[in-house]
Ligand binder design. Structure first.
Ligand code: BES
Ligand code: MN
Ligand code: ZN
Length: 500
């Protein structure tokens, strides 16, 4: 996709589709619809009156210009009230333009930026380009040729306002391209079916990413996993004919100076979760190829780090395995200890994620990082608590969690701070082991978090439960059905802000 910039008159833009944004309140004040060419403005003002266009959120108006001006079609997109519109929502605005561009088979699109102040405009540029790239994504490699309908779009032009300040727009656009590529990588990994993306394959993909981006890469085989005493990971892997892998990627900033911080990212990498002997019902199992979305998010994030030239050292850790059923599967009632020696009584083999994560977190602790961040499709309970689109964030250091939440807001990802109530720890007590792997029904997302906390020592730690937002049940804006790549944008934003 070619990304262009344009400032000045819109009537001269030779494009198949020109998208312009409009705020509801700007209309109410009877100001010109958008600050554009007079001719265009007149046309739109008429249509606004005749077509009852009020610029309500997601309201659109498509006009063919019949050759009166250079743009072939104009699409006016309502953004609702200005004060309710957040800068990251520019991605959604872009997705509306892309949907229309698809349906009219446009090869070229130009889009104005929503009117913000200078700094916001720079960020809006980034979000507009991200929105375009992410909306074009389709997981169509398994469709027969006739059913693949890739968009015809070849160029996207960002129309900059006259008062554009901030970094040169091409920098904002290249950040957007880096991020979109990372999100697409995460989506692709999440969408790949479990018969294709086995733990071994996931490790190969990680090695491929490492090679491409110049990251260090270490992959542990079952023998080495055994030698590292990751018995919890091995227990979960026991029921599968597919071998587990432990993935460790490292980014070290270039240059003589020592990195100022070391951050370890851990992603849940269960390539398929059948539930094990505590077998899931089919309806709950259908999308469980996506149970490695946390791994996808950390791989996506670390893949973007070299191009952004961050100054912190970043590690990505993934305990990759399937959770299956067989004569060798781990059982309910088994007692197993992982790296740090804490014994766990298995009361539900479907609470496997926290076991694999426990070993990965312990491995992370040994790297002595400044902070540990884990991302996992950990609990259905988190979806019950927050709904399907919001991630739950827990952590041992309130200030850090708030920093992380702020990064999520800037990145336009929905996250909410959840507690780790000490009082619920009793749910994880076992008479015969140090811990049980599951508590009672109420507060399931929190007891999962409390379980993980037992494996992070004193390292400041943030846990992100993405069970809901990692996978879209139905298409929405710039997310087609399936893997969303959720988490990548926030991780990249957080790492960038922690850079100094
Ligand atoms: N992978 C699931 C969590 C999940 C559920 C992710 C729905 C995405 C959508 C996890 O391994 C799991 O099965 N959790 C159990 C925990 C329970 C057994 C304590 C759950 O949420 O039911
Ligand atoms: Mn499970
Ligand atoms: Zn799972």
């Amino acid at each position: 996709m070619k990304i262009d910039f344009h400032s000045g008159g819109l009537g001269e833009l030779e494009v198949d589709l020109l998208a312009v944004s409009a705020f509801e309140d700007a209309l109410a004040e009877a100001r010109p619809l958008v600050a554009i060419d007079e001719a265009l403005d007149g046309l739109l003002t008429t249509l606004r009156e005749e077509e009852g266009f009020e610029a309500k959120e997601d309201q659109t108006l498509l006009v063919h210009t019949q050759g009166r001006i250079k743009p072939k079609r104009i699409l006016v997109i309502g953004l609702g009230k200005r004060q309710d519109f957040l800068v990251p929502e520019t991605r959604r605005y872009a997705s509306t333009a892309i949907a229309v561009a698809r349906s009219c088979q446009a090869r070229s699109l130009a889009a104005t930026l929503p009117a913000f102040d200078a700094l916001a405009t720079e960020r809006a540029t980034q979000f507009l380009v991200e929105g375009v790239l992410l909306s074009l994504y389709r997981f169509d490699r398994h469709l027969s040729e006739e059913r693949r309908r890739p968009a015809k779009l070849a160029t996207a032009t960002v129309v900059l306002p006259d008062e554009y300040k901030g970094v040169p727009p091409h920098l904002a656009a290249s950040r957007a391209q880096i991020l979109a590529e990372a999100v697409v990588l995460a989506r692709d990994l999440t969408n790949q079916p479990a018969n294709e993306l086995t733990p071994t394959k996931l490790a190969e993909c990680a090695a491929g990413i490492a090679k491409d981006r110049g990251l260090e890469c270490k992959i542990l085989t079952p023998r080495e996993i055994e030698r590292s005493r990751m018995r919890l990971l091995l227990a979960v892997a026991g029921g599968s004919d597919e071998e587990p892998r432990f993935i460790h990627l490292t980014y070290r900033p270039k240059g003589k100076e020592k990195a100022q911080r070391k951050i370890v990212l851990v992603g849940k990498g269960v390539t398929f979760d059948s539930g094990g002997l505590s077998l899931k019902q089919t309806a709950n199992m259908v999308d469980m190829k996506g149970d490695m979305a946390g791994a996808a998010a950390v791989l996506g994030a670390i893949s973007a780090v070299p191009s952004l030239g961050l100054k912190c050292e970043v590690h990505a850790l993934i305990a990759a395995t399937e959770n299956m059923v067989s004569g060798a599967a781990y059982r309910v009632g088994d007692i197993i200890a992982g790296i740090n020696g804490k014994s766990v009584e298995i009361v539900n083999t479907d609470a496997e994620g926290r076991l694999t994560m426990a070993d990965a977190l312990c491995y992370g602790v040994k790297l002595k990082p400044d902070e540990l961040i884990d991302v996992a499709t950990l609990t259905g309970a988190c979806m019950v608590a927050l709904g399907p689109h919001t991630a739950g964030v827990m952590g041992t250091d309130y200030t850090r969690v708030e920093h992380f939440m702020a990064a999520a807001r800037r990145a336009g990802e929905d996250m909410w701070h959840l507690p780790l109530p000490k009082r619920l720890k009793s749910q994880l007590e076992s008479p015969i082991a140090d811990l049980k792997n599951s508590g009672e029904r109420w507060g399931g997302a929190l007891t999962a978090g409390l379980f993980l906390q037992e494996f992070v020592d004193e390292i400041p730690w943030i846990h992100v439960d993405i069970a809901g937002p990692s996978f879209a049940e139905k298409e929405w804006a710039y997310m087609p059905r399936g893997g969303t790549g959720f988490g990548v944008a926030t991780l990249v934003e957080y790492l960038s802000s922690r850079d100094g």
